[in-house]
Write a protein that binds this ligand. Structure first.
Ligand code: NAD
Ligand code: GLY
Length: 356
């Protein structure tokens, strides 16, 4: 098992390994978690993994109940959040108790938000079961729900007490959901260094999960420790996310987050090439890697549609928005752009307008 410490003021560990779910109670005990527990999970994950988690917790003497919601991004809203909070209250949770998010990014984001608001904040643990949640959403303390106007528009920062990634859970992921996670992995590889990028070029999908998750968590942990509340360097983690959030919104969330991020990365890659920031060779490598992991490199929307939808992006501040640009593997930077410049950036990243 790999253990990675996230050095925020209330530091915590991410545990990564095969088959560690059945011993999750030991990890909770090691982290001095006692009191009542509520496990929150979705309708796809609960039939697969709830029993193993509950059995481990009950055997260790925990008083545990569970709440299950309908799987899918469309559940990540104020109504499900309200149901979760009411369940916490009905279960008699107090400020010394803990909730557990068992599932993908939707479960983690919503359970974390509920934990952060219930009685002005109680502890929570993340047990991510998608690649995306293992490499990204379970670490760093961002929680949210979606509003009608856009993604993740209501939320708060609250770090978990521990993160438990059992790589065996990824074996039941449909290929397309696995690819969603690969978009965040490829994003991290572009941001971090050549090593992860080259490893991804060499290996086949699903061949190297523990290594890939550990590399991504290490990188994200370093950034979050430096800038927990996204005032500076953490903005880099939004590489590709401005077009991605527009794509998700325009598709009415039928294009999942990871697939939209894959398209967003390719838009920002072509745009960087057209601006002369990267050469054709790197552009081709990034696009080939994205496609190799089951992601589309082409957005179905025009640059104007993407730019109009970006108005609802929470990264917009007045008439400007921060976008992340690529200069090399391991060298990306944040640039503040006028909202009127965004369409130009997306046009340069449009697959049809590209030189190749
Ligand atoms: P998800 O939670 O909806 O999971 C995707 C699908 O896979 C769901 O149908 C789920 O039921 C199913 N599933 C989960 N684990 C499974 C397993 N082991 N076997 C079989 N099926 C399984 O979506 P996601 O892709 O994990 O996360 C996307 C969400 O994460 C978005 O809402 C996005 O905004 C959010 N996100 C948050 C952060 C953050 O920092 N907080 C970062 C990136 C993304
Ligand atoms: N997923 C981006 C972040 O956590 O900052």
């Amino acid at each position: 098992m790999t253990e990675i410490k996230i050095n925020v003021p209330d530091s915590y560990k991410v545990y990564i390994g095969k088959g560690i779910l059945k011993n999750c109670a030991d990890i909770l005990k090691d982290n001095n978690i006692d009191g009542k527990l509520v496990v929150v999970s979705d309708s796809n994950v609960a039939p697969l993994y709830l029993d193993v988690v509950i059995n481990s917790l009950k055997e260790a003497g925990y008083d545990v109940s569970h709440f299950i919601f309908k799987a899918g991004e469309e559940s990540k809203n104020i109504n499900t959040l309200s149901d979760i909070l009411e369940f916490f209250a009905e279960s008699g949770l107090t400020r010394r108790d803990t909730v557990i998010a068992l599932g993908g990014g939707v479960t983690g984001d919503m359970t974390g938000f509920a934990a952060g608001t219930y009685m002005r904040g109680i502890s929570y643990v993340q047990i991510p079961t998608t690649l995306l949640a293992c490499v990204d959403s379970s670490v760093g303390g961002k929680t949210a729900i979606d509003l009608k106007a856009g993604k993740n528009l209501a939320g708060l920062f609250i770090q978990p007490k521990a993160v438990i990634c059992d790589t065996d859970t990824l074996s039941t992921l449909p290929d397309s959901v696995y690819s969603d996670g690969m978009a965040e992995v490829i994003k991290t590889a572009i941001l971090s260094d050549k090593e992860l990028f080259e490893a991804l070029e060499k290996k086949a999908p699903r061949e190297n999960d523990e290594y890939v998750i550990a590399k991504c968590v290490e990188y994200k942990g370093k950034i979050v420790a430096e800038d927990e509340f996204e005032l500076g360097v953490r903005k880099l983690l939004n590489l590709g996310h401005t077009p991605a959030h527009s794509i998700e919104k325009l598709s009415k969330y039928t294009i999942p987050h990871g697939h939209a991020v894959g398209m967003g990365l390719c838009i920002m890659t072509r745009s960087a090439c057209a601006e002369g920031l990267i050469d054709e060779e790197l552009k081709d490598r990034i696009i080939a890697l994205t496609e190799r992991y089951g992601l589309s490199s082409k957005s179905p929307y025009s640059p104007k549609e993407l730019a109009d939808a970006a108005f609802y992006d929470k990264k917009r501040s007045g008439n400007t928005i921060s976008v992340i640009k690529i200069r090399a593997l391991g060298d990306c930077f944040t640039e503040k752009c006028g909202m009127d410049e965004i369409e130009g950036i997306f046009s340069r990243g449009n697959a049809n307008g590209c030189k190749n």
